[in-house]
Design a protein around this ligand. Sequence first.
Ligand SMILES: Nc1ncnc2c1ncn2[C@@H]1O[C@H](COP(=O)(O)OP(=O)(O)OP(=O)(O)O)[C@@H](O)[C@H]1O
Ligand SMILES: [Mg+2]
Length: 155
Amino acid sequence: MNTATVDVSRYRSPLVNSYVDRADLHQVLPLETDEHVVAVRKAVREHAIDMKLSLVDQTKLVTAASELARNTIKYGGGGVVVLERLRDGLRKGLRLVFADTGPGIEDIELALRDGYTSGGGLGLGLGGTKRLVDEFNIDSRPGEGAAVAIIKWKI
Ligand SMILES: Nc1ncnc2c1ncn2[C@@H]1O[C@H](COP(=O)(O)OP(=O)(O)OP(=O)(O)O)[C@@H](O)[C@H]1O
Ligand SMILES: [Mg+2]
């Protein structure tokens, strides 16, 4: 597992910290540029393969991660993703939290609606992502940032 340490101090905020500091066994990657999105896709693919997810599930997870990574950059002004391997009895999982220090998501229900976009996109990212994973949660603090958490389980 690639656990390269990156300086994410510029994205520190109470919201981001609550995710970055929570666990000791996780990986934190920056999200600022297209290269970072590529690196996140690669890291997620590697975890998915290691978890023995099917090729279809690998692709679903990488697609979900890509959408959220792009939102973090485009709407959150950059941020981090926290990657955390989970174990729950016989289940193995991967949790990804995309946390930024942007404006937050004012109306979560609206943001999740297919076709809603404030940035000239297709407005399919959040709703599509929710359908691609097992657990999906948005933690938004107006004016402070947004954290979108997803989990994919392998039974
Ligand atoms: N991290 C974020 N911070 C603030 N607002 C966000 C964030 N992520 C999403 N949003 C809001 O939710 C809306 C819907 O996001 P979604 O990813 O579904 O669509 P999109 O990014 O606009 O288009 P697409 O992803 O289809 O190209 C965005 O247009 C934006 O207003
Ligand atoms: Mg999007």
